[in-house]
Design a protein around this ligand. Structure first.
Ligand code: SAH
Length: 226
């Protein structure tokens, strides 16, 4: 998979992809990520990428021209499955959306800033709009990193134990059951006996029961039946 991220603040994306699972995924050539500085595509003499809103009001608006230039440049090199704009009013990111996007080959992710992008970008240049939750961030970069992480960890080979992504919360309509590790007793707080029993099917049964119990309690809206 290849992901191109378009931003006017590329340094905000230095961190998320340079460590741990997302770095290893790139080292193993399972994904490549290129961050593009929108200012490089501005024809303005001060490399600006925003302007005042028509009709007045507080806040700058990101101009269409550099965004169009950048997307056109990228499209000349690759065929994209989606051009995604990160937006608080977009489709809410869920595990099933991440699963779907993880099957794609090439994605563009556009990060907004200020009051957002000129509406014509949304009308003519993007094919999908995704939100990471009902709250407003100051820019799309952290949201793009969240989206990319949720997708990349699902690409086969990225996680060392592939089954571990499949047993995460939401994959089967349930949240994950509790997990424990050594020591078996800490300050008198004990790990459930069944996990120490070595009895695989009892462990599986316990985990399923706990996942159901936890889903009903913490995410009742998710629960679809026993
Ligand atoms: N005025 C806009 C918010 C702009 S916030 C509004 O009220 O809807 C600036 C940028 O941050 C947005 O263009 C978007 O790219 C990003 N952003 C903010 N919150 C986000 C969220 N919940 N999910 C995804 N992107 C978000």
């Amino acid at each position: 998979m290849h992901i191109d991220i378009i931003t006017c603040l590329p340094r905000l994306l230095d961190g998320p992809f340079s460590d741990s699972i997302l770095k290893r995924a790139q080292d193993k050539n399972l994904v490549s990520i290129t961050v593009h500085d929108l200012r490089d595509y501005s024809t303005h003499k001060h490399k600006s990428v925003d302007d005042y809103a028509f009709g007045g009001g507080a806040g700058m608006v990101m101009t269409i021209e550099p965004i169009d230039n950048c997307i056109s440049h990228l499209k000349a090199t690759r065929q994209y499955d989606e051009v995604i704009y990160m937006s608080p009013d977009g489709t809410l990111l869920t595990q099933s959306l991440a699963n779907k996007l993880s099957l794609y080959q090439n994605l563009i992710i556009l990060c907004g800033h200020y009051k957002g992008v000129d509406e014509r970008v949304r009308e003519h240049l993007v094919t999908a709009e995704i939100s990471i939750g009902d709250y407003v961030l100051s820019g799309g970069e952290l949201a793009a990193a969240v989206l990319s992480d949720s997708i990349i960890r699902l690409i086969p080979g990225v996680l060392s134990d592939e089954s571990s992504a499949m047993t995460d919360s939401f994959q089967d309509g349930l949240v994950a059951p509790p997990v424990y590790t050594r020591p078996a007793i800490y300050k008198g707080w004990k790990v459930p006996d069944v996990l120490l029993s070595g009895h695989e099917s009892n462990v599986e049964k316990w985990r399923h029961e706990k996942a159901v119990e936890r889903t009903k309690k913490k995410r009742p809206g998710l629960f679809k039946g026993d």
